[in-house]
Ligand binder design. Structure first.
Ligand code: ADP
Ligand code: MG
Length: 463
C-alpha cells in the first residue's frame, strides 16, 4: 500500500492518488479521449473509502462511468492497494465569460472521415423526474407545458419550449424530467440534453478536429434537443450561427427544441435578434421563486428523500429564512444533517439557526458596482438601464447620484471608473453627485433614511 489515508490531508492526498491513477489511465486509452474526458477531472477530496472527483457537468459523469468505470477502479486499486471508490461532484464552470475568445472560424472545412460514433449518452440524469418535481404556483405553467410536450414531442404549439428563471429554481430538473419521460415513452426518438457550455465546447472541438459537418449533422438528427443555460451563448457569434442553423432544421421538421435560460428572450443581451425572435416562436414560461407553502412542501419532501425527520418548528424556521431558491433549501437540509452528525448534536432550532447562517454567508458576494446599481434602482423602482442613460429626469438623476455615492463609499473604485460605469460620465460628475448626496443626507431625514435602507440592503446581499 502506497498511501496511508489520512483524511486530514485529504486534498493533497487526493491529488497525489489521482496523479498516479491518471498515469495508468493514460497508458490504456488513446490520447484524444484522455484529454477530452480526463483533463477536466479534478481530484478534490479523499474520504476513508472514496476519492471525490470534480467534473464540469453530469455529461462527463455518465460518459466516464459508462466507458471507464472498471479502468478507474483498477487504477485506484493499483496505486493505493485499496478498494477505493470514486464519486463525481459536478461543479459547472461559467462559460458565459465574454473573455473566452471565440476561435477563429474557417467554415470551409475539409470533410473528415466519418467515424461511427459509439453509443452516445443522452446526457439525461435519471434522478430528475416529474415524479419528484414539486408543483406549485411558481412553476405551474412551466410544469404543465413540459408535461404536455412529452405527450407529443415536436408536434405541439410549445416549440421551442423556452423556460427561464433564477438559479436553483428547477429549470434543469424540469427539462431533464421532460427528456427522461420522452426517452422512456418514445424509445425510438433520439433525445439529447446538454448544457450550453458542452455544446460550445464540442463546437470548438469540432472546429479543431475538422469535424464541423459531423457535429452539426449529429444535432440535426435529433428528435428532441434540450439545451440548458442558453444565456451562455451570449457574445459567441459563431456558435450562435451554428445553433441558428440547427434550430431551423429541427424546427422545420417538427423536432422538439427545449431551452432554458436565466432571463426571458428579450433580455438576452449579446444574443442575435434572429435567435431571440425564434425563441419566442413557441412557449416561453417562467419559474418564480417558491412561496412559503411551497418551500415547506419542498422541505418535507426533501427531508423524506434524505431520510430525516425534522420538527415543523425547524422546517418553518428554514422556510422563513431561506426564500430565494430551492437548491438552497435542499442544501440547508443536507448541511443540517452533516452538522448534526459531525458535532454529535441533535437537530434542534439552534443548530438550524447556525446552519441557515452558514448558508447565507456562503452565498454572499463582494460589494460591487453592479449590485449597488441594481439594488438602488430596485429600491427606487427605476429601470436600471435608465441610470446609465443620459436622462435628466429628477428621479433618475437622484437614483444615479445615490448609486454613484454608494459606489464611492462601498467600493475601492476610482472616480473615473465609477463615471465610466454610469454611461461614461466624467469624474467631476461623480464628485458632484457625491457632494449633492452628502448635502441632502444632512438636510433631509427622509432622504437619509432612503440611502441608509439601500445601503443596508446592499450589505445584506454582499459580504
Ligand atoms: P436551476 O436549473 O433552475 O438552477 P435546478 O433544476 O438545478 O435549478 O434545481 C436545483 C435543485 O433543486 C435540484 O436539486 C432540483 O432537484 C431541486 N428542485 C428545484 N425545483 C424543484 C421542485 N419543484 N421540486 C423538487 N425539487 C426541485
Ligand atoms: Mg440549471
Amino acid at each position: 500500500m502506497r498511501y496511508l489515508i489520512n483524511t486530514q490531508e485529504q486534498p493533497s492526498a487526493a491529488r497525489n492518488i489521482w496523479e498516479d491513477c491518471s498515469k495508468i489511465i493514460k497508458l490504456e486509452i488513446k490520447e484524444q479521449p484522455f484529454v477530452t474526458w480526463f483533463s477536466p477531472v479534478k481530484p478534490v477530496e479523499l474520504t476513508a473509502d472514496k476519492i471525490i472527483l470534480q467534473i464540469p457537468n453530469i455529461y462527463f459523469a455518465e460518459w466516464i462511468d459508462s466507458k471507464y468505470k472498471s479502468l478507474i477502479h483498477r487504477a485506484l486499486k493499483q496505486t493505493t492497494g485499496l478498494d477505493l471508490k470514486y464519486e463525481f461532484r459536478v461543479v459547472e464552470e461559467d462559460f458565459g465569460n465574454p473573455d473566452i475568445p471565440e476561435p477563429p472560424v474557417e467554415l470551409k472545412i475539409k470533410s473528415a472521415p466519418i467515424k461511427t460514433s459509439p453509443q452516445v449518452p443522452n446526457g439525461l440524469n435519471p434522478k430528475y423526474t416529474f415524479d419528484n418535481f414539486i408543483k406549485g404556483e411558481s412553476n405551474e405553467l412551466a410544469f404543465s407545458a413540459a408535461h404536455a410536450i412529452t405527450q407529443n414531442p415536436g408536434k405541439n404549439p410549445f416549440n421551442p419550449f423556452f423556460i427561464y428563471g433564477g438559479v436553483g429554481l428547477g429549470k434543469t430538473h424540469l427539462i431533464h424530467a421532460l427528456g427522461n419521460k420522452i426517452a422512456v415513452d418514445f424509445p425510438e426518438k433520439k433525445v439529447i440534453y446538454l448544457s450550453t457550455d458542452v455544446f460550445t465546447q464540442e463546437f470548438f472541438d469540432s472546429i479543431r478536429d475538422n469535424k464541423i459537418n459531423e457535429f452539426s449533422a449529429f444535432y440535426r438528427k435529433m428528435d428532441v434537443l434540450i439545451i440548458d443555460d442558453i444565456q451562455f451563448l451570449k457574445n459567441k457569434e459563431k456558435t450562435q450561427d451554428l445553433f441558428f442553423n440547427i434550430f431551423n432544421i429541427l424546427h422545420q421538421h417538427n423536432k422538439q427544441i427545449v431551452l432554458s435560460s436565466d432571463k426571458p428572450p428579450k433580455e438576452l443581451q449579446g444574443m442575435e435578434d434572429r435567435l431571440i425572435s425564434r425563441f419566442n416562436w413557441g412557449l416561453t414560461a417562467d419559474i418564480q421563486p417558491p412561496a412559503y407553502e411551497m418551500r415547506i412542501a419542498i422541505l418535507y419532501k426533501k427531508a423524506e428523500d434524505i431520510g430525516i425527520t425534522i420538527s415543523h418548528e425547524i422546517m418553518d424556521y428554514i422556510a422563513i429564512n431561506i426564500t430565494s431558491n430551492i437548491r438552497e433549501l435542499e442544501s440547508c437540509l443536507i448541511k443540517l444533517l452533516a452538522n448534526s452528525a459531525l458535532n454529535f448534536k441533535e437537530i434542534d432550532l439552534n443548530l438550524a439557526k447556525s446552519t441557515v447562517r452558514e448558508i447565507s454567508t456562503a452565498k454572499r458576494v463582494a460589494v460591487n458596482i453592479d449590485v449597488i446599481t441594481k439594488i438602488t434602482s430596485d429600491h427606487l423602482n427605476i429601470d436600471e438601464k435608465k441610470i446609465r442613460d443620459k436622462t435628466r429626469k429628477q428621479e433618475i438623476v437622484n437614483a444615479r447620484q445615490i448609486s454613484m455615492y454608494l459606489s464611492k463609499e462601498m467600493t475601492k473604485l476610482s472616480l473615473k471608473n465609477i463615471g465610466l460605469h454610469f454611461g461614461g460620465r466624467d469624474h467631476s460628475t461623480v464628485i458632484h453627485a457625491c457632494d449633492s448626496v452628502k448635502k441632502q443626507i444632512l438636510n433631509d431625514e427622509g432622504f437619509k433614511k432612503t440611502v441608509e435602507d439601500i445601503k443596508y440592503k446592499i450589505e445584506l446581499t454582499c459580504g
